[in-house]
Design a protein around this ligand. Sequence first.
Ligand code: UT7
Length: 333
Amino acid sequence: MALAGPYRAKILGTGSFFPEKMLTNKDLEKMVETNDEWIVERTGIKARRIAEDGVVTSDLALKASQRALEAAGRTPEDIDMIIFATVSPDQVMPSAACELQHKLGCRNIMAFDLSAACTGFVYSLSVAEQFVRSGMYKNVLVIGAEILHRLVNYKDRGTCILFGDGAGAAVVGPAEENEENGILSMHLHADGSLGDLFVLPAGGSKIPFRQNVLDKDLQYVQMKGKEIFKNAVRTMSQCCQEALDANNLSKDDVDWVIPHQANRRIIEAVGRHFGIPDEKIIYDLETKGNTSAATVPMALDAAVKDGRIKRGDMVLLTAFGAGLTSGSILLRY
Ligand code: UT7
């Protein structure tokens, strides 16, 4: 439903960071039975970014956060809360958010990780919105960051061609009084009955880390790609429709759609479903691949920085991911 409340939340500034090092399709040809042509045609991906050994997820997040703070005109001391969307934190405990809070030099504010896979940033932005709209916090740092290449089996061509590393961040705070910009609606879902379509089996209470994990490669993600594909198109289309209906808008009122960057064909299918022209869709996966929770904020930052997205534009964010989770956020940037 559309939002009402004392303080409308808006994105004050964005930032992103991704490693320079690329793993190209040609590189993958030497590792698994695949080829550049197949990968480009089926996914739209030509390369993905790979963090150097020793670099951890909060390191990528730190750089993205510093850029978002600068864009928002805020300092680390201004931040009231950190929400860190990731499925590849530095370690299970403590959270990547706490690591980041320390690295940034923030006050001893509330900081936590949010696990919603590729929908993580959209979920996190909606949590930030609530704290801002209620008047409780003025500057919330929201991050989506991943180092996925360490969770991928480079013997599994169904997954290793997709995933990469990166980070995106946004500072969220109250809009000015009577300002029209800000988050207009949020629609968020989960369907745990489809959880087995995309899993990271080991490391939790179900399959704790023991030798058998390594023997069976359970430390790597496992995915039913075709099923995920179908559900991705279905759920993102539904979430976008909910956003339009709740705001009494038509697809023509939307200036930009920023979908989760999983696969170019998934994004094109959602665009076709809505009849949204391709020029209004932000694509950011060609040289970055699928960075899970990081794709939406990275794509948003790229489009803001290159001048495509301007203040006042109507922007529709949508994502889906393991869980299965899905969601959309409509905002006037
Ligand atoms: O962030 C959310 C997480 N995941 C996703 O969003 C993934 C969603 N799914 C997808 O992106 C696609 O399903 C994939 C890219 C993973 C696979 O594309 P597809 O068009 O669904 O291919 P497929 O699995 O149906 O396989 C088609 C053919 C098969 O050969 P046969 O049986 O037709 O002879 C596969 O064995 O392509 C073969 N194949 C490959 N060939 C070359 C599968 N993977 C590869 C590969 N290189 N990497």
